[in-house]
Design a protein around this ligand. Structure first.
Ligand code: ZN
Length: 279
């Protein structure tokens, strides 16, 4: 299934795409896609719904994050070889882990507001996934069973805050709106191989990033297993898995950062598309 949430910010309702690609409202049957609805038995119940009998969501309705009530938002850094090189950093021997504030989560097409005075806003298209069942000390071969589904993400970053303000990357990754996810969550049963997803990001129509999750250094199963050695992953948690080469920071000789008025467009095959205007 492709699960989505539609409606104004803070008042989203659950929905899903039917087999013709039209969004259907599920709020008569489901209160919201809170973490408990990411469990395998709940997802099976959702899959049994005859979507064509559910009300259509009006075209043009805003989409929110496809999961509600997320408690942890975890990110992996430098997970593509060419991106590590363009960043001038060594290819990591173990995954680089950082967190984004959950308040940075946003809908897939919401405007991205740069902080006042920001001159180093940047883009990062990424594969995201949502945890379905609690994961603690999970071996790699069991790891994908803990994933409810996959979504497109943009790990919007403020490079000066990330790099020049001391301490951890989270400072440059956590501003409100710096974590658009969606448009929908593709449940894991529909995407058995998360390592074959095309990723393309353009700014003002000019292609900046063009890659595939096949190039990831640490694949999703290894990420779930690795994180679960250090922390307990909870249902509804969102994990984003690193960005390929082509970010603004990597442009030579001078980095190229976001300006107000720019439009970022992202696409990722079955995971759908995003569009954000920078304000
Ligand atoms: Zn990232």
């Amino acid at each position: 299934m492709k699960l989505l949430r539609h409606g104004p910010i803070g008042a989203e309702r659950p929905g899903a795409l039917d087999d013709t690609g039209q969004a259907r409202d599920l709020s008569l049957l489901v209160p919201d896609f809170t973490p408990d609805w990411m469990a395998p038995d709940k997802l099976r119940a959702l899959a049994a719904i005859d979507l064509r009998r559910m009300p259509l969501v009006p075209a043009g309705t805003r989409l929110g994050t496809p999961v509600a009530g997320t408690r942890q938002f975890v990110a992996i850094g430098l997970n593509y070889r060419k991106h590590a090189l363009e960043s001038g950093l060594e290819i990591p021997k173990e995954p680089v882990v950082f967190t984004k504030a959950i308040t940075s989560l946003a809908g897939p097409n919401d405007d991205v507001l740069l902080p006042e005075g920001s001159t180093a806003g940047d883009w990062e298209i990424e594969l995201g996934f949502v945890i379905g069942t609690t994961a603690r000390n999970v071996p790699v071969h069991q790891a994908l069973k803990h994933v409810a589904g996959y979504c497109l993400a943009n790990d919007v970053s403020e490079r000066d805050w990330q790099i020049k303000r001391n301490g951890q990357w989270g400072k440059g990754k956590s501003f409100d709106g710096f974590g658009p996810i969606g448009p929908w969550l593709v449940t894991a049963d529909e995407l058995p191989d998360p390592q074959a997803i095309p990723l393309e990001l353009a700014v003002n129509g000019v292609m900046k990033q063009c890659s595939s999750t096949a190039d990831m250094i640490f694949p999703v199963a290894e990420i779930v297993s690795y994180l679960s050695q250090f922390m307990t992953l909870l249902p509804g948690d969102v994990v984003i898995t690193g960005t390929p080469e082509g970010v603004g920071l990597g442009v030579k000789p001078n980095p190229e950062f976001l300006r107000r008025g720019d439009v970022m467009t992202l696409s990722a095959g079955p995971l759908g598309t995003q569009r954000q205007q920078v304000l």
